[in-house]
Design a protein around this ligand. Sequence first.
Ligand code: F6P
Length: 361
Amino acid sequence: KMKIGVLTGGGDCPGLNAVIRAITKSSVNHGHEVIGFKDGFKGLIENRYINLDYDSVSGILSRGGTILGTTNRDNPFNFKQKINGEEKYSDMSKVIIENCDFHKLEYLVVIGGDGSMRLASELSARTGIKIIGVPKTIDNDIVGTDMTFGFSSAVDIATDALDRLHSTAESHHRVMLLEVMGRDAGWIALHAGIAGGADIIIIPEIEYSLESIDKKIKDRISRGKTFSLIIVSEGAKTLSGEQMIKRGIGVDVFNIPRLGGISNWLASAIEAYSGVETRATILGHLQRGGSPNSFDRVFATQLGAKAAELIFDRKENEMVVIKDNKIGSISLKDVKGTKFVSLDDPLIKTSRDIGLSFGDD
Ligand code: F6P
């Protein structure tokens, strides 16, 4: 009989509870004991935890957020504490070892993004605790796995937003810009853009220009389509002032203030350049909140069950992944960097085949 700890690190993401439930049920069914640390690595340091059993995970499959308190971005090796009213940063490895000894913990499952995976790897190296990682992010940008849970739910929400913008864009003959999350990668924009019938998809991986965006809008107008839908990934960079001058853009778009995300500036720039009324919507944290969709519930359950299976097989320092439609695992050490949209991604070709623009032609 083993004792297994679970924690959720980084930002929240639809499906976290489905993973916790699957790990718990699977482990309990094999006669093991599970505890969940509250508030990410902080709970591991402060030894705040709850017992996880059939009762505590009952009814959580469809719930957003995490039942393990907040997910936060604390670093256990540089942990902020207030000592005598003063802020200090300390390495908490020793305290973690003590807490793991106290519980006689054999394994720790860390459900988190690439930051949490790096911390988990280091934790194992410094303390000897065996770690299994479950990658989590709506951004789908973790190296080594074809997909992360939460991504599909976020794409659904962005697709629904595009559908809604479609009818209002049409009624007002406007260009509508939807800004979606994704950090430095364009996965959400690419998938939701196709699913929601966008005319232009702007992602960080492909450099766009106002001329090209304008050309697409004008092409549509000449075909009687007096509105356009653009989805833009938050990580898309704006062209530098210098590049704009080089390209001979006659509009002083660079002096338009950039408020909030990229889309407010880009909407003003497109309106100034094309003369077509343009509005921006920033979808924001709606993409992370609420219930996971059915795909993510199934996927998160598979990942949680696989994490438990790796423990039963005495594997250590591995992260569960999906590769070519198979759930498997890779070494935590190999989880480095960001998985960007590749220019060879078949969806890029499909998009271009159907006349979708990336603002670069
Ligand atoms: O990584 C998930 C994510 O939602 C990104 O898409 C986004 O850039 C970021 O987190 C937002 O972070 P915060 O919740 O701290 O504003």
